[in-house]
Design a protein around this ligand. Sequence first.
Ligand code: RB5
Length: 339
Amino acid sequence: MYADLEKQTSKLPKKILVVCTGNTCRSPMAEAMLRESFRSLSGKGGRDGADIQVISAGLAAPEGEPASRLAVEVMKERNLDISGHRARSITRQLVEDADLILTMTAGHKRSLVAMYPEAEGKVFSMKEFAAGAGGKPGDGDGPGGGGGDIPDPFGGSIEAYRAAADEIGDAVERIISRFKGIESCGARGMVSMRVALGSDHGGYLLKEHLKSILDDMGVVYEDFGTFSEESVDYPDIGLEVARRVARGEFDRGVLICGTGIGMSIAANKIPGIRASLCQDTVTARLAREHNDANVLTLGGRIIGPVVAEEILKVWLSTPFSGGRHARRIEKITLAEGGR
Ligand code: RB5
């Protein structure tokens, strides 16, 4: 199953079909949110995220019915208009035409595969797909992080619709992140960006190791020292790298000291810098998805070269999720101005 999932996230789909029961609540909301989010994908090979077609259908849809009033209202709160939506039933043609089918629950997936066995391999529950090849039920961060179902708000209050929309939104963010990861991968499988690199004596050896990894990845970098294991003061190098990133001379910074703590404290003094100390790939991914971290700090005496390498690759290739996280970062940016 997860081999199929990996295959599905290694290329952009052309047509996505979203499926729930009645096609009046969850799937029209998911359709609208996915369509909107795909617009944020940059072009690749002449194709833009906006070219990805997203449609929805129901396993037992009241043909031609509009979306439920509360679904329309909740989408309006997100500046999305689904008032023109009309419910439609699933058909063999719709299933055949789609190259990715996302269902709201595992039950929908089972029913769909039972009706159309040939679709197996391209049908996933939304949360399953959002969790990705490495995801297991319960993994990840927040409602969209692991397996599970999007709850049916049908007949419920506006809060139930908002809760379902939040869960769909979280899953959509994760899904878009995966596809954005593909979009930002260069020919050698990694992002092409300019990275400012620095360490003190405690991070010197790890820095040298990571330079060879960046070379293999084809990532352009500049080394701001230190150049030996002789004792130096980490703020001298950390502040220099952070200033250069803040000025836009580099897209990202990577700073290494003994623990990663001193570099993180120093770099975060520079307005515009969001330095994140990461000790595993989960925090590396979330530092990018949630915090749009532009400086990675590592502890050369805390983690080994292999873990550091994995952290670096994940951190460089994971895009920022935007959405509610952008609002939170905006608040931090305002605080930098003393407001
Ligand atoms: C240097 O001994 C050490 O303090 C430094 O590398 C770093 O860990 C500071 O946070």
